[in-house]
Design a protein around this ligand. Structure first.
Ligand code: TRP
Length: 336
């Protein structure tokens, strides 16, 4: 592989993709996979999924759905390395080497772990209640994902910035003790990327139960859009686009001239039902063709599996030699 800037990100395989994931993460990542000046790595974080989800069938299903989603939306798997974390055994191996240089005190400060401890304390429970080593060590596994491929840039949501800081810290400690093996990764948090509101107007998120799944069939997509919260202004009354979730979603899919026209329609008092109809048509037009490809991929899991296997081969061509050097560096070497 070349010496270009490396961009890497992981997607935890729980749940099914929704419009917010599409606009905020998947779409920008696929666009950047076509950028000639970078090498991109996208992977399905199925080991991370086990921290949150103990339903085997859900993990499997989600892995298939997310992989099919990225393929259906046109990820260029010739250029990008697209793989499943668990197909790269060097990642858990590196996790152990990194664990041995990671201060427990650093992990004590992780937001997700601290939140679990605080909730327990507030409920008067033992503070370790329900806290697994998987949850506690989550940031080390994530550091291994990133450092394994010496990624320079890691596009993530704001909630993941602390994990990137930890990955840098862990990389530095390892380098300090065993030599310069890792580059310090940078978080890329794109302020321009829209966070989409959900059907209730809050940020679209699984945890609020306000999502619109990306691959709803046409009729259900229309129904879901018709349910987005509006106010009681009547047709003919001027409306404010900037406080309307329907407009925010419209704007995320529209071209600039469509946005201008819709703002004008709001000022003229367009009816909410009409806004929603137009929103449905816009979103559906963009998703109809990929939806067909997605359905075809779901019906042919072997094809998805084949893509992931090819991706894993490309990934392992990098992870195997690095892991050999790392093992030697820490003193795990042949005796002969
Ligand atoms: N923790 C990330 C999330 O929940 C997913 C993830 C796992 C990841 N490994 C990664 C993201 C490595 C970026 C780089 O969103």
């Amino acid at each position: 592989m070349s010496n270009k800037q490396r961009v890497l990100t992981g997607i935890t395989t729980t749940g099914t993709p929704h419009l917010g994931n599409y606009v905020g993460a998947i779409q920008p990542a696929i666009a950047s996979s076509h950028d000639e000046t970078t090498d991109s790595f996208y992977f399905l974080a199925d080991y991370h999924a086990l921290v949150k989800c103990e339903e085997p069938e859900r993990v499997r299903r989600s892995t298939l759905e997310i992989a099919a989603t990225w393929l259906a939306l046109g990820l260029d798997t010739e250029r990008a390395v697209f793989y499943r974390q668990s197909d790269v055994p060097e990642i858990p191996e590196l996790t152990w080497l990194l664990s041995c240089v990671t201060a427990k005190g650093l992990m004590n400060r992780a937001h997700a772990y601290k939140a679990a401890v605080d909730d327990n304390a507030a409920a008067g429970e033992d503070t370790d209640q329900g806290v697994t080593m998987g949850l506690f060590s989550y940031p080390v596994l994530m550091a291994a994902d990133i450092l394994m491929f010496n990624a320079h840039r890691v596009p993530v949501g704001k909630d993941q910035m602390q994990h990137l800081e930890m990955a840098r810290d862990i990389a530095q400690r390892f380098n300090h003790r065993y030599g310069e093996h890792f580059v310090a990764p940078e978080a890329v948090v794109d302020e321009h990327v829209a966070t989409l509101p959900g059907t209730d107007g809050r940020k679209m998120s699984k945890s609020y139960d306000n999502t619109i799944p990306l691959w709803l069939p046409e009729k259900k997509l229309r129904k879901a859009i018709m349910k987005i919260k509006t106010n009681s202004l009547e047709p003919g009354e001027p409306k404010d686009p900037d406080s309307a979730p329907v407009y925010a979603i419209y704007a995320a899919f529209a071209r600039p001239e469509q946005r201008t026209a819709m703002r004008e329609a709001f000022a003229q008092g367009i009816a909410w039902g009409e806004v929603k109809q137009q929103l449905f048509e816009l979103v559906n037009a963009e998703l109809a063709a990929p939806r067909e490809r997605y359905e075809a991929l779901l019906a042919d899991p072997g094809r998805v599996e084949g893509e992931l296997r090819r991706g894993a081969e490309k990934a392992r061509a990098l992870s195997r030699p690095l892991m050999d050097r790392l093992r030697a560096a820490v003193g795990i070497r042949t005796l002969a």
